[in-house]
Design a binder for this molecule. Structure first.
Ligand SMILES: *[C@@H]1O[C@H](CO)[C@@H](O)[C@H](O)[C@H]1NC(C)=O
Ligand SMILES: *[C@@H]1O[C@H](CO)[C@@H](O)[C@H](O)[C@H]1NC(C)=O
Ligand SMILES: *[C@@H]1O[C@H](CO)[C@@H](O)[C@H](O)[C@H]1NC(C)=O
Ligand SMILES: CC(=O)N[C@H]1CO[C@H](CO)[C@@H](O)[C@@H]1O
Length: 396
């Protein structure tokens, strides 16, 4: 699905006079054309990438530095319309992802999350649900068609949430893998197979503006960050070509979608992923951050409120064309340390919602109330103390 990009790179390397519409025209180490054909303007998307976008110039912002200096003025791109809707606050409804291992293998059964929780949370102000699923449930055969049995179950959850007015993140919870093998690498799913999954899901949800496509949960131990960015680009292109052109797409980096590692690991590569129309404003970085001692989300106690890490992320997003992120997993245990730290973290997110547009706490759904990070409501309809003390005050 990257075919469309090839001619741009090819041409840019040889046509040094003027770049065509949509072509690159600047960026760190860029040595091709730095002026654009008439009717287009060289527009900086980020320090690594400027592009000829339709329009007439008032100012041109070509960056042709041959050093690694990032002292550019980081002019916000006029064409990157950021998300300006409501702040998004909510929860993961886990269950379709049960038994997906971090190597991307899946062994039945799954446990569809109860739809009854949706109304409960919406009444409290929740306006986003993330619904993780195993890729193997969506397409039991790699590269095959969507399983209609799974789809009707999954849609029951998705449609209940959409009808309640909430946004829904469709999350393929496979750690960038299928049965142990990495997407886009030898032995693993090809980018075409990954794109085919997203093409089918996007076609299915094309008319639902409040769907958010979460292309992959927690990539980790990647062989090549550039290869991963190519896989993400393939998914983005497939989603748009399938007719879902208005929705947000979440693009994740490495180290389990670490909010901390994004600026220094996959972020610089993912900045070059572009939408069908050459813009980037609807491509939102998907980040996770837990608050326990090893950032794994497996301990009941919290040791940080993550505000330093998130401030670094916000700075990086702003410096790179006012990009945006969504904290799609965070959470803690039923402890006073987590009540304090998670409350502080989510308050920070809400206060910086122009850069971090929302959060989803991990997790409710089919987890029972004894799971260490459970925010599943009690059978009597009351909420977990962590939800009441740390999450509810920071809902939209
Ligand atoms: C730019 O080129 C220099 C020299 O080849 C290299 O060290 C540096 O990593 C490049 N920077 C980027 C962002 O690719
Ligand atoms: C993946 O991990 C699971 C759980 O650790 C293990 O049972 C399974 O054998 C692994 N599969 C592959 C293909 O490595
Ligand atoms: C949460 O902690 C409180 C206070 O320690 C305790 O009373 C309650 O039973 C705990 N809830 C769960 C679900 O563990
Ligand atoms: C922190 C956390 O709860 N992570 C979970 C992420 O999802 C996988 C698969 O559903 C679980 O095994 C992890 O425990």
């Amino acid at each position: 699905m990257l075919k469309a990009l090839v001619p741009l790179v090819f041409l840019a390397a040889f046509v040094r006079s003027q770049a065509e519409e949509w072509q690159q025209c600047g960026g760190i180490n860029w040595s091709g054309a730095t002026t654009c054909v008439s009717g287009t303007v060289c527009t900086e998307q980020n320090p690594y990438y400027s592009q000829c976008l339709p329009g007439t110039a008032t100012t041109t912002t070509t960056t042709t530095s041959t050093s690694t200096s990032t002292s550019s003025t980081a002019t916000s791109s006029a064409t990157s319309t950021p998300y300006t809707g409501s702040f998004l606050g909510g929860v993961n409804l886990s269950g379709f992802d049960f038994t997906v291992a971090t190597n991307g293998s899946f062994s039945p059964p799954d446990a569809p999350p109860p739809t009854s929780q949706i109304g409960h949370f919406v009444a409290e102000g929740v306006n986003i649900f993330r619904v993780p699923t195993a890729w193997q449930l969506a397409t039991p055969t790699l590269g095959g068609s969507l399983d209609q049995g799974w789809l009707s179950q999954y849609d029951e959850v998705v449609n209940t949430a959409l009808q309640a007015g909430a946004h829904v993140i469709v999350d393929i919870h496979n750690y960038a893998r299928w049965n142990g093998n990495l997407i886009g690498e030898a032995g693993g799913p090809t980018n075409e197979q990954f794109a085919n999954l997203w093409s089918q899901l996007a076609e299915h949800y094309a008319s639902e503006p409040n769907i958010i496509f979460g292309v992959m949960n927690e990539p980790h131990d990647l062989l090549s960050l550039q290869d991963w960015a190519d896989s993400v680009q393939a998914a983005v292109t497939a989603i748009r070509e399938a007719g879902a052109t208005s929705q947000l797409i979440l693009i994740p980096g490495s180290s389990y979608a670490s909010a901390q590692q994004l600026p220094t690991e996959a972020g610089p590569y993912l900045l070059n992923v572009v939408d069908h129309d050459g813009t980037v404003g609807k491509l939102i970085f998907d980040v996770h951050k837990y608050l326990d001692s090893d950032n794994s989300g497996t301990h009941a106690d919290c040791v940080t409120d993550n505000t330093a890490v998130l401030q670094t992320l916000v700075d990086w997003l702003q410096e790179n064309g006012n990009r945006q992120a969504l904290l799609s997993e965070t959470g803690g245990g039923n402890t006073s340390s987590c009540e304090t730290d998670l409350n502080s973290e989510l308050a920070f997110v809400k206060a910086h919602s122009s850069s971090i547009i929302g959060f989803c706490v991990w997790a409710a759904g089919s987890f029972d109330t004894t799971y260490v990070l459970s925010v599943t409501p009690n059978p009597d309809g009351t909420d977990q103390p962590l939800w009441v003390d740390a999450v509810q005050p920071n809902l939209p």
